[in-house]
Ligand binder design. Structure first.
Ligand code: SF4
Ligand code: SF4
Ligand code: SF4
Length: 419
């Protein structure tokens, strides 16, 4: 199998031969042309090209693509084992979607009900919005170092990649770059995604200061709107907590995130445990520092959110004041891409500079033209956010499936609380 490390998942979605009608609809949504098969014949997924985004799964009219990995029973076993502390790292896009699986109207924000259900199931809660704040600080600091070095001409002691900086929190996008454009890997931000940030924080600070348990006795479950996160949590390089403990002289060998449940998986888990989101008690978890977060973390799930949050961080440090407005406008001649220019005055030197940013979702149609510009050395941008799924993670491949596929996305976006 092409480019996989030992222990990584090499297959996340498969097509059920008995259900596939060969209608070709999935090919429209696949960002990587990973689906083989002629019209009218049974289709299959080429795992050397697949980036595990699940868009074929949520858009097939015959429910033929399915998840290969079903961790629900394994997580229930862990929850029943009283020796193990099971921590759920819950992504923001889950709380606006899971209500649908229990008959609520689409887009309803059910954070406290979700927390109540998680508590009843036996999970400890780690709100990924909190971890998103850390990703933003890391990604914003990295951007800041590059701006200081490349645009303001300062000598910066920092592990520098190159500009433009691409976001790295979407595992489907990262996988796409690795497979198709390895020459731009130095452009990817080195910041971990919020889920992986949550896993490493849970098994270090969370273990010692919040739950007071041995990190070896923890089981961290990513709860995500995304099928590609199942692949991400299996990636061999994400064992920062174990590396940290080894440096403290301990024997440690475990991943930062042990497994990942999609929104659909979590709904099945609740149903297997007879937990009904409609009737469960609301829970706030106010005493848990890992369940708190800022407005920056909250906008992370929407397209444009990562870039805006990191840019605001860099802007504040360079200018000493808050960025008041960031107006993204569509790029003429390039469909699906929005851009903005931000003028910053360095508080230390008085030097003025213009930082250009772009936001894009949809790899095949929209990100590829920007990659080509970067490779040709003609990119006008300094920071580019790429998310694979239409509208960002709110419409990820792990979300509830609708008869209309993703065509109702705009309506849903309007209903989201941060819109
Ligand atoms: S959309 Fe579904 S039924 Fe149609 S070809 Fe793809 S997998 Fe098969
Ligand atoms: S999971 Fe995504 S990349 Fe893989 S075949 Fe389906 S649509 Fe294509
Ligand atoms: S946009 Fe979000 S949901 Fe979609 S593949 Fe990327 S991380 Fe997953």
């Amino acid at each position: 199998m092409k480019g996989y490390q030992i222990q990584e998942l090499s297959k996340v979605i498969q097509i059920d031969r008995k259900k596939c009608k060969g209608c070709d609809s999935c090919k429209e949504f696949c960002p990587t042309n990973a689906i083989d098969g002629k019209y009218g014949t049974v289709h299959s997924i080429n795992n050397d090209k697949c980036v595990f985004c699940g868009q074929c799964l949520v858009n097939c009219p015959f429910a033929a693509p399915t998840d290969v990995i079903d961790p629900v029973d394994q997580v229930i076993q862990k929850l029943k084992n009283k020796q193990i502390t099971v921590v759920a790292a819950i992504a923001p896009a889950v709380r606006v979607a899971i209500g649908e699986e229990f008959g609520m109207e689409p887009g309803r924000l059910v954070t406290e009900k979700l927390y109540g259900a998680m508590k009843e199931a036996g999970f400890k809660i780690f709100d990924v919005n909190f971890a998103a704040d850390h990703t933003i600080m890391e990604e914003g600091s990295e951007l800041l170092a590059k701006i200081r070095h490349y645009l303001l001409g300062e000598k910066v002691e920092h592990h520098l990649g190159v500009l433009p900086q691409f976001t790295s929190c979407c595992p489907a996008w990262v996988r796409y770059v690795e497979l198709n454009y390895p020459q731009i890997i130095p452009n990817l931000s080195s910041a971990k995604s919020p889920m992986m940030m949550a896993g490493s924080l849970a098994k270090t600070y969370g273990a010692t200061d919040v739950w007071h348990v041995n990190p070896e006795d923890m089981y961290v479950v990513g709860v995500m709107p995304c099928t590609a996160k199942k692949f991400e949590s299996s990636r061999a390089e994400f064992d920062s907590a174990a590396e940290y403990w080894k440096k403290q002289g301990k024997t440690a060998s475990y991943p930062d995130v042990d497994t990942t449940l999609t929104t659909r998986d979590l709904a099945r888990l609740f149903k297997k445990l007879n937990i009904n989101l409609n009737t469960v008690y609301d829970f706030k978890d106010s005493d848990n520092p890992l369940a708190q977060y800022s407005g920056a973390g909250t906008i992370f799930a929407n397209t444009g959110g990562v870039m805006e949050a990191a840019l605001r961080t860099a802007y504040f440090i360079i200018t000493g004041s808050e960025l008041q407005t960031l107006e993204l406008t569509p790029v003429r001649g390039l469909k699906g891409i929005k851009e903005a220019s931000v003028t910053m005055k360095d508080i230390k030197t008085g030097k003025e500079l213009i930082v250009k940013v772009a936001v894009v979702y949809g790899i095949k149609e929209n990100a590829v033209p920007l990659i080509e510009q970067v490779i040709a050395g003609t990119s006008p941008y300094h920071f580019i956010e790429v998310m694979n799924c239409p509208g960002g993670c709110v419409n990820g491949g792990g979300q509830p499936i609708h008869a209309m596929g993703t065509s109702w996305l705009d309506k849903w976006k309007v209903m989201l609380p941060w819109n």
